[in-house]
Design a protein around this ligand. Structure first.
Ligand code: NDP
Length: 241
């Protein structure tokens, strides 16, 4: 009987990997034995990861972070664009700054890191680009015009990258979580949390590990033929979209 050889450790970058979903993703790759770099503006990376300070709204910081990571771990083979913020309010109260800062972090920030990662992936002729979107990018959400626009923008971006880079064995996919237990959702009032829970077929929020499992699968050999996909991890909330 022949056994399947263990996959080679890879250079993985998770943006926003110091807490929440990004941290769980970084820990899952570390547990597989990959070389993991984590970027964020503040905070600490999980043990075993290379922590690099990087605000994704600043291209110079993105370029500097990639230089540091490439020197320590080699070219990034798996990019997880996860850093994101919310600035929720109803549309008439939404300022230009509320709009611009969310788009700049969630969508343009992901573009900045994906463009930089694509450069070395094209040279390597392989790579996995994974974007953390949200169920609300497909469903829409009152009070989140900026956030939902940024998250659906990631779908168009990933699918375009899938078409542009596919001939070099680079895949681009999206994970669309529903409600996940993190700092982001801890801000919601309990009555809202209960209302959202009632709308979810599985009747609970996701753990960060459940989102990480979809991300590591998309980066695995088993997902080599999956590109341009949007994988929901939402307890059924967005079914049909
Ligand atoms: P958290 O608020 O817990 O963490 C956000 C992360 O993004 C932090 O690591 C933060 O770093 C980083 N970040 C924010 N702005 C920047 C920036 N300008 N430059 C670099 N890093 C930045 O969020 P979650 O873990 O909940 O969310 C992670 C991703 O998952 C986000 O894209 C979010 O939209 C998405 N998501 C979350 C859901 C949820 O229910 N929680 C549901 C669906 C999607 P720092 O600590 O330095 O600020």
């Amino acid at each position: 009987m022949t056994s399947t050889p263990a996959p080679e450790p890879r250079s993985v970058l998770v943006t926003g990997g110091n807490r929440g979903i990004g941290r769980a993703i970084a820990e899952a790759f570390l547990a597989q034995g990959d070389r993991v770099a984590v970027t964020s503006r503040s905070g600490e990376a999980p043990e075993g990861a290379l922590a690099v300070a990087c605000d994704v709204t600043d291209q110079a910081q993105v370029d500097a972070a990639f230089a540091t990571i490439e020197e320590a771990h080699g070219p990034v083979e798996v990019l997880v664009a996860n850093a994101g913020i919310t600035r929720d309010t109803l549309v008439l109260r939404m300022s230009d700054d509320d709009w611009a800062s969310v788009l700049d972090t969630n969508l343009t920030g992901s573009f900045r890191v994906a463009r930089r990662a694509s450069k070395s992936m094209l040279r390597l002729r392989r790579g996995r680009l994974i974007f953390v979107s949200s169920v609300v990018g497909l469903l829409g959400s009152a009070g989140q015009v900026n956030y939902a626009a940024s998250k659906s923008g990631l779908v168009g971006m990933a699918r375009s990258l899938a078409r542009e880079l596919g001939s070099r064995s680079i895949t681009a996919n999206v994970v669309a979580p529903g409600f996940v237990e993190t700092d982001m959702t801890a801000e919601l009032p309990e009555e809202k949390r209960a209302e959202y829970r009632a709308a979810i077929p599985l009747q609970r929020y996701a753990s960060t590990e459940e989102v990480a499992a979809a991300v590591t699968w998309l980066a695995s050999p088993g997902a080599a033929y999956v590109t341009g996909a949007v994988i929901p991890v939402d307890g059924g909330l967005g079914m049909g979209h």
